[in-house]
Ligand binder design. Sequence first.
Ligand code: ATP
Length: 503
Amino acid sequence: TDDQFKKVVAHAKEYGFIFPSSEIYDGLGAVYDYGQNGVELKKNIREYWWRAMVQMNENIVGIDAAIFMHPTTWKASGHVDAFNDPLIDNKDSKKRYRADVLVEDYVAKLDDKIEKEIAKAQKRFGDAFDREQFITTNPRVLEYKKRGEEILHRLGKSLEKEDLADVKALIEELEIADPETGSRNWTDVKQFNLMFGTKIGASADASMDLYLRPETAQGIFVNFLNVQKSGRMKIPFGIAQTGKAFRNEIVARQFIFRMREFEQMEMQFFIKPGTQQKWYEYWKETRLKWHLSLGMGEENYRYHPHEKLAHYADAACDIEFRFPFGFKELEGIHSRTNFDLGNHEKYSGKKMQYFDPEENKSYTPYVLETSIGLDRMFLAVFSNSLQEEALEGGDTRTVLRLPFVLAPTKVAVLPLLKKDGLPEVAEQIVNELKYDFNVAYDEKDAVGRRYRRQDAVGTPFCVTVDHQTLEDNTVTLRHRDTMEQVRIAIPELRNTIAKEVDM
Ligand code: ATP
């Protein structure tokens, strides 16, 4: 809901996760900076992905290609001609919106209605409530679901045919209004290219028009043979990459969900033609398993098969996540055929083929792609983890229940008092643990307040040094989620924490 979403944005800023870019100049639309905690969480998500894709798969290697690429790249990829989104202007407010996004938001509202029905029934039936049964049989839920599917199907068809009049008709029929002003006075839908242009070189005539890459994938395609040959890779094999991408998104909304400068984590898997169906199923499943391994609730994910297939794809689906504003795309799984390598071969005149020693012949490999936005994943994790919890005695606490493996700081060390030698012992513990984890030290305010501060940034463990520590070398170890405290010997801290934070 809106309220929940506002809390997410406010919390991200207050606790050093995300700041608006250039805030002292009133910010820059859809551009954000990551603060001291945000940068750690983002890095941990990136590493969690990298470990699963590269470290755990013998046949997947990583690269780090440049953001600038030769301009012909974007002709071959289709972005110069076809990286267009339908754009609609509101006559009254003079604001522009992506028409497809407006329609998708409408469908997300139907999802919201479904959730409300579920919540209502859950309240009524308590423990006896069977969610799965309810959503497959309740007539109202089925009606909303059907409606949503029909709308998306129609949107997909019109976009595929580039029938902009039909997109506009859909907006009018659904009585979609300007999200800011409520006006329904739209003008025509136009196409708009999302790539940012820039120039390389100093002198006017020797300069060259470039684009900031709108996706990381092309850096992998153009290096396909470099990696294959230098790494003696045999098909099937994958190349993974994380890095910045840039899109001149039209509306600045929904925080880091849709940014103009963002980071992608992509993997292109090169396969024998004809095996794409098998690999499509494999990566669809494997990627969902990766998401589920974080323990953020199976009911928060779903597949959404694409109605509208991009010009390069022969099968595609999204893994959607339940964001505070409804189910939305988090990751895409695309079967891209030989579109990219074939086109690069055409435009560059260089052979992009693989010699298959088993088949004893050369061919242009097919590609199966998994593509996820790092910032969007950050939002998924962050919004899902932020919870207000009622405590005994009427108090509430705000706790960021991040998966431990992703938490920016794994343990905070707190001397109960700022005297009697307790800070010195605490410092010593910090110095021992910092080789293995990000450790925080905090001696300000009452210990209860310090616990709350660590809860709010998602720190799984707090270690408190008190007077008993001086006698028997034990400390209390407090668990973020249960708030339980146990007494533990200092030499056991490292292993106890390491076991729980998956390191
Ligand atoms: P959308 O329809 O939401 O614009 P898309 O289908 O164009 O996204 P892809 O081109 O498939 O997205 O990009 C792959 C992934 O990159 C998406 O699943 C998303 O997580 C992420 N992504 C795309 N655009 C943005 C953006 N503007 N800001 C943040 N993440 C993005």
